[in-house]
Write a protein that binds this ligand. Structure first.
Ligand code: FE2
Ligand code: FE2
Length: 146
């Protein structure tokens, strides 16, 4: 389903998140100028986290999720899972500073970030566009822009 305009800014950020996820996973072929060493990957992960993901998770938690919660059991279940995954990712990003197995941690973080974003795009956003009416989606879009 084509993405509703109100959700496009979040979807654009998801593209950047998927790019990071790809860079973090183990055994991925060299791509563009993405880092290939574990130290380079850690630095890249932390810079995207600080510049984008921390804020992205926060916006979803304080604007998106409250606006769509309480109308549909499947959406509510997804939101609960997504909130837990945000917490897991916050913890993993913090652990990057202090781990004895950086390679495994980066790989796990890449997998979780990828599956989280896919869940939002393929399950949450698809359902939201069916369940939430156009006016409410428009209002949500304005809140997300501000
Ligand atoms: Fe999220
Ligand atoms: Fe997201």
């Amino acid at each position: 389903m084509k993405r509703h305009p109100s959700l496009v800014p979040l979807s654009r950020e998801h593209q950047r998140g998927l790019f990071l996820a790809q860079a973090l996973k183990r055994g991925i072929p060299r791509f563009k100028d993405l880092p290939t060493t574990v130290d380079g990957k850690r630095e890249y992960a932390l810079s995207v986290y600080k510049a984008l993901l921390q804020h992205h998770f926060h916006v979803e938690e304080i604007i998106l999720f409250p606006a769509i919660r309480g109308r549909n059991i499947e959406i509510d279940t997804l939101i609960n899972e997504l909130l837990q995954e945000h917490q897991q990712m916050h913890t993993l990003f913090q652990t990057l500073h202090n781990t004895s197995d950086l390679e495994t941690l980066l790989h796990e973080l890449g997998l979780l970030l990828e599956s989280h974003i896919r869940k939002e795009e393929r399950q949450l956003f698809e359902r939201v566009q069916v369940v939430i009416d156009k006016e409410q989606l428009h209002a949500l879009g304005l809140k997300l822009e501000s």
